[in-house]
Design a protein around this ligand. Structure first.
Ligand SMILES: [Zn+2]
Length: 281
């Protein structure tokens, strides 16, 4: 059994994951994540100790929303700056005397889907985040033990020269139209209050179709797995994108497009899954 840790911008979740047979999360604890690293690490240790009581732990996998270097050190963490450049891995390893792996949260979620979710048994797919931000990863299975993952910023390719201003400073990026904050601004209220048949979705559907199509041209795969706060709350968007893509797409067949099967548990499964494979990239 493994301890899986998902440290997000606001909450940290600690799960006990059994990867034998049909993988399951046996216990799950969630707490607000303290900005202060020392306080946060003490809470995390306490939480792991509780969740792991009575279980034989083979490893601890943790994911983090920041940049992680070759030595599993968080180098940049915009939402949790005090957690950067801290010995997270070493501290957990010494305290629990078990192997520890630290990975990026998007990588963890993609691995969760690759091994146990919507892309199980597939040789290659694109993992597509459509939430506050837009981004993606191209995941390729090399053999049973090795996966290659290439993450890329498809949310910031310029699809409309001189278009809408994006948070990144460029104009005409997909994220400027599709990102969660941008949608709130566009509708003037929370998108959850907008009905599915509101005509203002038309522009969003069109921009999403263009973004997915452009992504497919650079990453010709037969499966796209979607996750993130926007698409999981409004899955009808995916159904509306498909006919438009079908109409415009000439170079490749329309890929299968589905939501992440493990939902917001993908990253937790991936944190346990990193002990089953080597992730290259
Ligand atoms: Zn941008």
């Amino acid at each position: 059994m493994y301890i899986a840790i998902d440290i997000g911008g606001t909450n940290m979740r600690v799960g006990l994951v059994d990867t034998q047979g049909d993988p399951r999360i046996l216990k799950l604890e969630s707490r607000p994540v303290p900005q202060d690293y020392q306080v946060g690490m003490a809470e995390l240790i306490d939480c792991i100790a509780q969740v792991s009581t009575g279980a034989e732990i083979e490893g601890i996998g943790a994911c983090f929303p920041g940049i992680i270097d070759q030595d599993d050190m968080v180098t940049t963490a915009n939402n949790l700056p005090d957690w950067a450049q801290k010995p997270i891995k070493q501290t957990l390893r010494e305290r629990f005397q078990t192997p520890v792996k630290l990975i990026h949260d998007v990588q963890a979620a993609a691995i969760g889907e690759a091994l146990y979710g919507a892309a199980r048994g597939r040789s290659r797919f694109v993992y597509f985040i459509w939430g506050t931000g837009v981004g993606a990863g191209d995941i390729k299975k090399i053999d049973d033990k090795r996966y290659f993952m290439f993450s890329f910023e498809n949310g910031h390719h310029i699809m409309e020269w001189g278009g809408k201003l994006c948070n990144c400073g460029q104009r005409g990026c997909p994220e400027a139209y599709l990102g969660g904050d941008m949608l709130r601004e566009y509708f003037g209220q929370d998108m959850r209050e907008i009905s599915d048949d509101d005509p203002r979705w038309d522009l969003i559907v069109e921009k999403a179709a263009q973004t997915i199509l452009n992504t497919l041209i650079f990453h010709p795969v037969d499966l796209f797995v979607f996750s993130g706060g926007v698409i999981t709350r409004r899955p009808f968007l995916l159904e509306r994108v498909k006919p438009i893509m079908k109409q415009r797409l000439e170079l490749f067949p329309l890929p299968e497009m589905v939501l992440a099967e493990k939902g917001d548990h993908s990253a937790l499964f991936g944190c346990a899954g990193v002990f089953q494979i080597d992730l290259i990239g």
